[in-house]
Write a protein that binds this ligand. Structure first.
Ligand SMILES: Cc1cc2nc3c(=O)[nH]c(=O)nc-3n(C[C@H](O)[C@H](O)[C@H](O)COP(=O)(O)O)c2cc1C
Length: 210
């Protein structure tokens, strides 16, 4: 059965612009793909392993081609479970606000758990780095207080979209679609509603053909 995984990175819930648009995506997807399953991963309600102690030693053991100790094996299990849950999906939608020109720390933590050698990417001297999550689409809903699109003069300050595209590309994604809601903090309440409506239309169009 086809599984869509929706990853939610804003803590603002009902007040969040990115979540409003992503929820409309998910609703449209359910309507048009009634046989599929939709899983929601709310990063503000998910316990992720801290990257310290045995977990980080386990990562370096893999990098150095060493066996895991029993303690490392046990600690690494939480990382493997998070990766297996992610890789078990067939399609993805991620919604996120811009925070300090980049991404919220909960999403960065999730990425630090997810991006592991031998699981989501590989390295060989002959082939270099290769992403291992291939053949799956990902759609991203970005919300930003300011404007960073073409012609704004602020394009180079956008480490949100550029980082997400870089890291998703690194682990193998090539089909990456984006929906941008900006500038959410520079407009009136009414204009923000219009920005969201426009983004919802775009999201529904992508979702129905996803
Ligand atoms: C901690 C924090 C940092 C932020 N940093 C930026 C920023 O660097 N640039 C920007 O344009 N907006 C910034 N914002 C504003 C949010 O990106 C904006 O309000 C966005 O619409 C929030 O999306 P959401 O409603 O889905 O959470 C920041 C907001 C917060 C809470």
């Amino acid at each position: 059965m086809t599984r869509l995984l929706y990853i939610e990175a804003s803590p603002r819930k009902d007040r969040s612009s990115s979540i409003k648009v992503a929820r409309a995506f998910v609703e449209e997807y359910k309507k048009t793909h009634s046989a599929d399953t939709v899983d929601i991963l709310d990063l503000w309600k998910t316990e992720l392993p801290s990257f310290d102690g045995d977990v980080i030693n386990a990562k370096y053991a893999i990098l150095h081609g060493e066996q895991h100790t029993e303690a490392q094996k046990k600690a690494w299990k939480a990382v493997e479970d998070a990766i297996a849950h992610f890789k078990g999906a067939d399609k993805y939608i991620i919604s996120l606000p811009m925070w300090n020109f980049g991404i919220p720390y909960k999403l960065k933590h999730f990425i630090d758990v997810l991006v592991q050698p031998g699981y989501t990417f590989s390295f060989t001297p002959s082939e270099g780095y290769k992403g291992l999550v291939t053949g799956k689409p990902v759609a991203l809903v970005y919300a930003r207080g300011g404007a960073y699109g073409p012609g704004t003069g602020a394009e180079s300050m956008d480490y949100q979209k550029s980082y997400m595209e870089h890291i998703l590309g690194f682990i193998g994604f090539t089909n990456i679609q984006s929906i941008i809601i900006e500038p959410t903090l520079m407009v009136s309440h009414e204009e923000r509603g219009q920005l969201i409506e426009k983004a919802i239309e775009q999201a529904q169009k992508i979702a129905s053909g996803y």
